[in-house]
Design a protein around this ligand. Sequence first.
Ligand SMILES: [Zn+2]
Length: 413
Amino acid sequence: MKNKVLLMIADGLGDRPCEELGWKTPLEAARKENLDRIASWGSSGIMDLWQCGTPVGTDLGHMILFGYGLPDYPGRGPIEAFGEGLELQPGDIALRANFATCRDGLVADRRAGRIRQGTRELAAALDGMQVEDVQVLFKEATEHRAVMVLRGPGLSSAVTDADPKKEGLPIRPVRPRDGSPEAERTARILDRVLVRCQEILSQHPLNRKREAAGLLPANAILTRGAGQMPKLEKTAEKYHLKAACVAAESTVLGAARLAGFDIYTDPERMTGNLDTDIDRKVELAVKALADHDFVVLHMKAPDLMGHDGDPRGKVRAIERYDAMAGKVLEEIPKLTGFNLILALAADHSTPCERREHSGDPVPIVVAGKNIRKDQVTEYDEIHGAQGGLNRMTGHMFFQFLMDYLEVVPKEGN
Ligand SMILES: [Zn+2]
């Protein structure tokens, strides 16, 4: 029977022993009968996403789980652009942007009073602008954030930030960061784009209304973090794979879009936090499995608790993740026409003691009727290290899953 893979990813899951938990890791301390059931149903191991002792970001960690490596990493700007639904082409320059308030030539507020409403209309007024032979794509993100894409020939990401990072200073003129004509040209065009943005935004009726209501106008754009989209083959195309990703977080959705995965999200009900609707997530994953062979089901909350340095909060987040795993297990008998392989992984460790990502390996499981069973019956960092998958890199893990889908060509004859 045809195999399909459901890969569950708990963001920032790996941790270190915490004093508050009697020197257990949050995963060891949590009640997690469903995750343990999955571990006992297959092989366990531990995984270094890129290499031993190298922390990775959520963006790169997911790119690796979706079939890429560090040399493919395009920078934060392009992944955020994908996350907001902009489909980048090779050569495009993507930048992170802020709506800001400028007064008398100085940045009065870098976040335009943390503007929440109306950014879609403001972004629409900037989207499609043309300066010289370069087209500007512009899309709002959460609150005051946005993404800008420059599309045209001969552009470079080697340009400085326009964002002065501090109020009371003028917008910084964009400068080339190397001696190339492309960087020179990009800096010149981007400067002109930012002036044009100020002209359009300061005339925009929405900003007049904001001022009349005593709010700061979002009358300028600050850019930073330019990145160029490399020529990357989409994983889905490379492996002739039908893949999907169920997630709320835009970084994860960005990495998935970059890989050519179909997106299943629901901003009304999925939050990227502890209060996310796990029923909805599992419902979307089951729906995606009907016509995809590789489905990713992501949960953000464990990472947030790690960044908060909150071991008990992380235990609660893991227990929510376990409840989500329980709902997946309930659905398995109803899935017909294919054999489901369940995989558990994380994109990096976020130890509570560090409040930041670390290079500690994360626990992994691959489970199913046709998966070799080892002696491990608990899902955590310590038991995983005794399992049949031993210790592998993120690339090896991905390749291992792909071979169950029979999309990896045989070497030799
Ligand atoms: Zn992460």
